[in-house]
Design a protein around this ligand. Structure first.
Ligand SMILES: NC(=O)C1=CN([C@@H]2O[C@H](COP(=O)(O)OP(=O)(O)OC[C@H]3O[C@@H](n4cnc5c(N)ncnc54)[C@H](O)[C@@H]3O)[C@@H](O)[C@H]2O)[C@@H](O)CC1
Ligand SMILES: [K+]
Length: 507
């Protein structure tokens, strides 16, 4: 199963791997034609009702694969309103090939011009995963029309299978990707201004690449067609993953999350790197809880941080209440940078995690505590391979082998894990992602703290898996940007400065 948003990311990753959308559309159109051949004989009349986006585009391609059928293509709106280049190209190819393709400028005013009557098959290619909000005109009127002519799904069940006999009373309605008006993720239909819930009552659905959660509830046959998206587009992180970060234009301070970094002690730079990285990766407010001994130094690094010093040189159980209280009001805690592994500190970590029930990124010395602690917290562990072994985790040279072993380790552990390496392995125990960005220059100290801070900021708005995958991708991409520009010799702070650029989508 795949959500519409994840599909958009995978689609963009496929394009980045060299499989452009136009090729995916060609395969989708081919799959629609195959579906029609499976239910109707050549010579049957197929009317393809096309919207102005790529859902419509798929059917414009299908029309080219049905030359031995009576094909009628009806576009809702004028050619100029077709919203993507690849759909427009396919429209123009039909016109040039003199296939019966008509742009119906005002379909709501003249539904008869859609020539739905007499069809053996009606293809619903108006709205797919790009639908936003309740269906608007002219699609509302056309949906009513299709449901009338199509006899509605429930009314004449055998019509959906008898599409192949010329005497079929009602045409078979085949929906492209998802019936127009249905939300691909939930299967719900948003009510219009008049309260009416309008969606195409399809007899069958042809969807692409993977099932959509919202189709399972429709109770009609769903064909999942492979359209040539390489598995790598889902397994490897890519620019498409950044689409999940789409920032709502009207968002305001606090929407993108508040992070608390709990760290410092023997090391002072680590909590600062993590905190500054969280800011650069989009957190609105970042606080640092650290031993008094380093508080001034941490504050000195950046006036944008709110630093809380706790008595002494290292964090200890006596600080538990104060730091738990601080954590209460935050979205994510980044736990561990520079904490050190004094007994009192590890005792503090164990008791904090045991009582904490929010989201936390756990890094560095705090990691070794995780396998023993019972917690209701949602953790993202970010070990390198040595720290993974110390957690009792697997070790394998080949990244594919490591990926499988880490996935089951994470499933047993009950938390998401990001194992850093030339290929970072990211998993929540079920899904698996691999990040290939980054370079050998990044073995310099502090890059792990930058990664932990970035994952912390992202975990304010993303799932643990997505936060870890996007964090690994952006951290490595930042490192690649620095090396491209200045060669090796990068230091961790170089990464922080390049995070905003590494997180930007040019989509
Ligand atoms: N993502 C992928 O990997 C692939 C997607 N493909 C197709 O692309 C489709 C998504 O295409 P798009 O993103 O262009 O979006 P759609 O084609 O699903 O819909 C967008 C169009 O519908 C209009 N629209 C949106 N909401 C509306 C509403 N409430 N009422 C009336 N009109 C509305 C928009 O103005 C736009 O013209 C998928 O459903 C699938 O059919 C395929 O080409 C295969 C590959
Ligand atoms: K559709």
């Amino acid at each position: 199963m795949i959500t519409a948003q994840r599909m958009a990311s995978v689609d963009a990753n496929a394009a980045a791997l060299g499989v452009p959308r136009a090729k995916l559309m060609e395969s989708a159109g081919n799959a629609i034609a195959r579906e029609i051949r499976s239910i109707a004989d050549p010579g049957s009349t197929v009317t393809l009702v096309c919207g102005r986006g790529n859902n419509g585009g798929d059917a414009l391609v299908a029309a080219r694969f049905l030359s031995d059928f009576e094909v009628r293509v009806r576009l809702l709106g004028r050619r100029e309103s077709v919203s993507t280049g690849i759909a427009r190209e396919n429209w123009d190819a039909l016109s040039a090939a003199e296939i019966d393709a008509r742009a119906v400028a005002a379909p709501a005013a003249e539904p008869a011009s859609l020539d739905l009557e007499g069809s053996d098959v009606i293809v619903d290619a108006m709205l797919g995963t790009g639908v936003t909000g309740a269906v608007r005109e002219p699609e509302r009127t056309v949906i009513r029309r299709i449901n009338e002519v199509g006899g509605g799904r429930g009314s004449d069940a055998d019509a959906s299978t008898s599409g192949s006999h010329a005497d079929a009373r009602a045409p078979t309605v085949v929906a492209v990707d998802v019936p127009s008006g249905v939300d691909a993720d939930t299967g719900e239909v948003e009510p219009g201004p008049d309260g009416e819930r309008l969606a195409v009552e399809a007899d069958r659905v042809v969807t692409f690449h993977d099932g959509k959660p919202g189709l399972a509830t429709l109770g009609v046959p769903v064909t999942v067609a492979d359209i040539g998206i390489p598995e790598a587009a889902e397994l490897f992180t890519g620019p498409g993953d950044l689409l999940a970060l789409g920032r709502e234009p009207e968002s305001h301070k606090g929407d993108h999350g508040e992070v608390l970094v709990v760290g410092g002690g023997p090391y002072t730079g680590a909590p600062t790197l993590a905190a500054r990285s969280a800011l650069r990766a989009g957190a609105d407010l970042v606080r640092v809880a650290c031993p008094e001994s380093v508080a001034r130094e941490v504050q000195g690094f950046s006036e944008n941080l709110i630093v809380h010093g706790f008595a002494g040189e290292t964090l200890a159980p006596s600080h538990l209440d104060g730091i738990s209280e601080l954590a209460e009001g935050r979205d994510v805690v980044v736990f561990g940078p520079g904490l050190g592994d004094a007994d009192a500190t590890l005792e503090f970590v164990e008791r904090f995690l045991g009582a904490y029930d929010g989201r936390a990124v756990v890094d560095a010395d705090a990691l070794q505590v995780v396998p023993e602690v019972e917690t209701d917290a949602t953790l993202v562990c970010t070990p390198h391979q040595g720290e993974l072994r110390r957690m009792g985790g697997p070790s394998a040279e080949d990244w594919r082998e490591r990926a499988d072993l880490v996935r089951s380790f994470a499933a047993d552990l009950g938390h998401a894990v990001l194992v850093k390496g030339a290929y970072d392995v990211i998993t929540d125990g079920e899904a698996l992602r691999v990040n290939r960005t980054g370079n050998p220059g990044m073995t310099v100290g502090g890059t792990g703290d930058v990664l932990a801070g970035a994952v912390g900021a992202l975990a304010c708005t993303q799932s643990p898996l997505q936060a870890a995958a996007i964090g690994a991708y952006a951290n490595g991409r930042a490192g690649d940007l620095v090396v491209d520009e200045r060669g090796y010799g990068l230091v961790a702070t170089d990464l922080i400065d390049r995070l905003p650029e590494a997180l930007r989508t040019d989509e």
